[in-house]
Ligand binder design. Structure first.
Ligand code: RP5
Length: 161
């Protein structure tokens, strides 16, 4: 299964890039698109409506400002939707965070931190890993490597006294 990545604008790309890099590092296929809940609502709806039959297992949706993209995608699919609120100049992403996370009952969006591109990809990978042992193994290896890195940093810090 592949992951769908949608972003409201090409200006969201630096944040989306973190998600794409993380999926690449896990060898998980993805397809990325620019769809806007406001500027191209018909295209966003068509993508979400066809996503399950087109082989997607989860969709990551990144948007800033009045960030309705994740909610608009979730309204048109029962696949898991992960929202990334993207920071913009005026409100530091709080606008997008609240727009993404405060979904009405019945249409969930799993919202990661502001600009949380890597965690969005990891959460998407964890969803696929429910039924894919190879991805589960890669995720466990990544956790182990992260753990070792922190242990090594602590060792250096305590030995440098
Ligand atoms: C949102 O508006 C986009 O997701 C982007 O974060 C923000 C600004 O878009 P641009 O004006 O840079 O295209 O819809």
């Amino acid at each position: 299964m592949k992951i769908g990545i949608v972003m409201g604008s090409d200006s969201d790309m630096p944040i989306v890039q973190k998600a794409m890099d993380t999926l690449k590092s896990l060898n998980i296929p993805y397809e990325a698109h620019i769809f806007s809940a406001h500027r191209t609502p018909d295209e966003a709806k068509a993508f979400a409506s066809g996503a399950r039959e087109n082989g997607f297992g989860a969709i990551i949706a990144a948007a800033g400002m009045a960030a309705h993209l994740a909610g608009a995608i979730a309204a048109n699919t029962t696949l898991p939707v992960i929202g990334i609120p993207c920071a913009s100049a005026n409100l530091d992403g709080l606008d997008a965070l609240l727009s993404t996370v405060q979904m009405p009952s019945g249409i969930p969006v799993a919202t990661v931190a502001i600009n949380g591109g890597a965690n969005a990809a990891l959460l998407a990978a964890e969803i696929l890993a429910i039924s894919d042992a190879a991805i589960a193994k890669k995720l466990a290896a990544r956790r182990a490597a992260d753990r070792e890195a922190v242990i090594e940093k602590n060792r250096k810090l305590t030995e440098e006294k």
